[in-house]
Ligand binder design. Structure first.
Ligand SMILES: *Cc1c(COP(=O)(O)O)cnc(C)c1O
Length: 398
């Protein structure tokens, strides 16, 4: 027996959990987490093989079902989110697809906030409708709209807070209350905050989904995802689909994410610090019309953000005076910032939502969604803040 096996990791703080929880040492006594690169596992005898396949004995069979490195990642993230159980997936979208496949059937309905990740909208709008599952999209912050959209067949409420790119925030506890009243489940996409800043399960959400690709990795290396929640929901309703549907996380990626988790809390603190400083500087820049950042007192939901999140997060959006050309000029004049739509990286990235992530919307739809032609979104990285500011100052010009 290893020392770790006796530890109740629930009693420890998030930072301790993130560097230690979930590891089960092998007889080699390795200090760091090993990678189990194996597709299958051997049995002691035919009887054991029979018992494992029949589900009478726990244990590994095949890495589409379970893998020790993936399991360590799952146990660690479950603890950090305060959930009983976590299932790792091949990507963030695989997590969202799998939970919907596991929980929904033809005739069910879901309510989703409008400003969620673009592929989440497409998944619900273009694909789940083919199987008779309809989605109503509502304004994230309008609690009355959430309630009005709920039907007797509504099974899931799905939201992302803060929203992308305008950093709108919803009171998770209030939507969780709505979910309970109407007998549906609340799913929160916690990619922007991560458990280091926000723990939706403690606020009453039933399930948290992640794209591990973003801050959990934190260095822009691997694609992966996760679902966190109760054993009852995950083991009985979602895992049976996943092990059959096959969207499993690779052990190599799980190992990369494990090392990412170790530094998650300190990285998030540093992202928040840089982002706040940048947001303050942008707010005072004469060529900037408006800044969206939950850590600024000028944010319309500043008080809610302070209550619900430990920090403003790493995403800052702002509107440059002069519309699309002015925004493109900022991007094209920068030398340090990476022009990419990815986020949650140690490297600062810059995007023009109107012509990239939101480019397929009509001008009217964009206006309705508040995506101004002069809007830019920055995922603030961990470079020296003076260098990030200097690069944007050059970008904004005189
Ligand atoms: C990236 C992202 C996803 C999808 O994750 P992938 O790992 O790219 O599949 C879902 N939600 C949010 C908020 C994201 O940023």
């Amino acid at each position: 027996m290893n020392q770790e096996d006796k530890v109740d990791w629930k009693a420890f703080g998030l930072q301790t959990q993130s560097v230690r929880a979930g590891q089960k040492r092998t007889p080699e006594n390795e200090h760091s987490d090993p990678i189990f690169v194996t597709s299958s596992y051997v049995f002691a005898n035919a009887r054991q093989a029979q018992a494992r396949f029949a589900g009478e004995e726990p244990g590994n069979i095949y890495s589409r079902f379970t893998n020790p490195t993936v399991r360590t990642f799952e146990e660690r993230l479950a603890l950090m989110e305060g959930g009983e159980r976590c299932i790792a997936t091949a990507s963030g979208m695989a997590a969202i697809m799998s939970l919907a496949m596991g929980l929904l059937k033809a005739g069910d309905h879901l309510v989703c906030s409008r400003a969620v990740f673009g592929n989440t909208v497409l998944l619900f709008k273009n694909f789940f409708t083919k199987f008779g599952v309809d989605t109503t999209f509502v304004d994230l912050t309008d609690l009355d709209a959430w309630e009005r959209a709920i039907r007797p067949t509504t099974r899931l409420l799905f939201l992302e807070t803060p929203s992308n790119p305008l950093t709108e925030i919803v009171d998770i506890a209030a939507v969780a209350q709505l979910a309970r009243t109407h007998d549906c489940l609340l799913v929160v996409d916690n990619v922007f905050c991560t458990p280091a800043l926000q723990r939706p399960l403690q606020l009453g959400a039933d399930i948290v989904v992640h794209s591990a690709t973003k801050y959990l990795d934190g260095q822009g290396r691997c694609v992966g995802g996760a679902i966190v929640g109760s054993e009852a929901l995950l083991d009985k309703e979602i895992y049976p689909f996943l092990r059959t549907g096959g969207a499993a996380m690779s052990p190599f990626n799980a190992w990369v994410f494990l090392t990412g988790l170790e530094t998650l809390a300190i990285r998030m603190e540093a992202h928040c610090r840089n982002a706040l400083e940048l947001a303050r500087w942008l707010e005072n820049h004469p060529r900037v019309e408006r800044v969206y950042y939950p850590g600024l007192p000028s944010h319309p939901q500043y008080d809610l953000a302070r209550r619900q999140q430990k920090g403003g997060g790493g995403i800052v959006s702002f509107v440059v005076k002069g519309g699309r050309q002015a925004a493109w000029n900022v991007i094209d004049r920068t030398r340090l910032l990476s022009i990419t739509a990815n986020l949650g990286d140690v490297k600062t990235t810059i995007t023009h939502p109107a012509t990239t992530t939101h480019g397929r919307l009509s001008p009217e739809e964009r206006a309705e969604a508040g995506i101004d032609d002069g809007l830019l979104r920055i995922s603030v990285g961990l470079e020296d803040i003076d260098d990030i500011v200097a690069d944007l100052d050059r970008g904004l010009g005189k």
